[in-house]
Ligand binder design. Sequence first.
Ligand SMILES: Nc1ncnc2c1ncn2[C@@H]1O[C@H](COP(=O)(O)OP(=O)(O)OP(=O)(O)O)[C@@H](O)[C@H]1O
Ligand SMILES: [Mg+2]
Length: 280
Amino acid sequence: MNTTPTGTARSAPERNAVETAEPAEVLRAEGVTVAFGRGARRKTVLHGVDLSLRQGHTVGLVGESGSGKSTLAKVIVGLVRPVSGHVALDGEDVTGPRGRAATLALRRRVQLVPQDPYASLNPRMTVGEAIAEAIDPRRGGLARHRAAVEARLAQVALDPEAADRYPAQFSGGQRQRIAIARALAVEPEVVIADEVTSALDSSVQAEVLNLLTGLRRSLSLTMLFISHDLAVVRHVSDEVAVLRHGRLVEHGPCAEVFGAPREPYTKVLLASVPGRGGSA
Ligand SMILES: Nc1ncnc2c1ncn2[C@@H]1O[C@H](COP(=O)(O)OP(=O)(O)OP(=O)(O)O)[C@@H](O)[C@H]1O
Ligand SMILES: [Mg+2]
């Protein structure tokens, strides 16, 4: 009998102990550098960004306009190729050259909900057809998936009849809820919400945010929530990451970063939040 304990046998329980203490990492961006343009006009907009998303956690990504938030989102969903660095989903590198089928598969695993739902909803498809396609892109149609489509609509507080109407027949807030329902219908591993409420009136903003926070809890979503509004990020996120001029300058639990920011830039951002550091 061989009684010599192997390294693997010893380390497995240790690994499990770590995993129960902290949710598993689902997505990791490592050293992501992105540049646009050629020659003298070439500009680096992301400089070696590291970011990790853990199962069931929402990371709020903040930073002023032009800091590179949307670019990072596009790298993660494969719309922009980094010049160096990579993104791994469940440990698998998803940033290398890929065939069309692999790209389509990745698009399903990470869903981007953009600022303008017109960009994600086909105006010539009924809402029901769009959600049915998200549920099953191969065998489809609304007729086959009607019950599932209606359940998805109910999840975002829309009537079953919404399935038979076109995106243009809805208000901005309703369209954004449809875009969220469609993204979630794919059952993605990660949701990226890029300024999902910034195009909406403030009352409608609150409605969409409350919906999103409710879904995030009930579905235990792993989410990157991008916004330049720190009050909103604080309401929605477990962790906050701060991007400045393409560099990630701070990342930690919301309570820590909001309570005691380390970076001077984060302090400046926080000072502009109503209800903090002033009488507003
Ligand atoms: N396709 C592109 N070609 C050239 N430059 C680009 C491209 N996309 C983004 N940029 C530039 O990259 C920088 C970062 O843009 P990005 O859209 O990521 O910023 P952001 O943080 O999302 O800003 P906002 O808060 O305004 O949405 C900006 O200077 C922008 O002009
Ligand atoms: Mg943006």
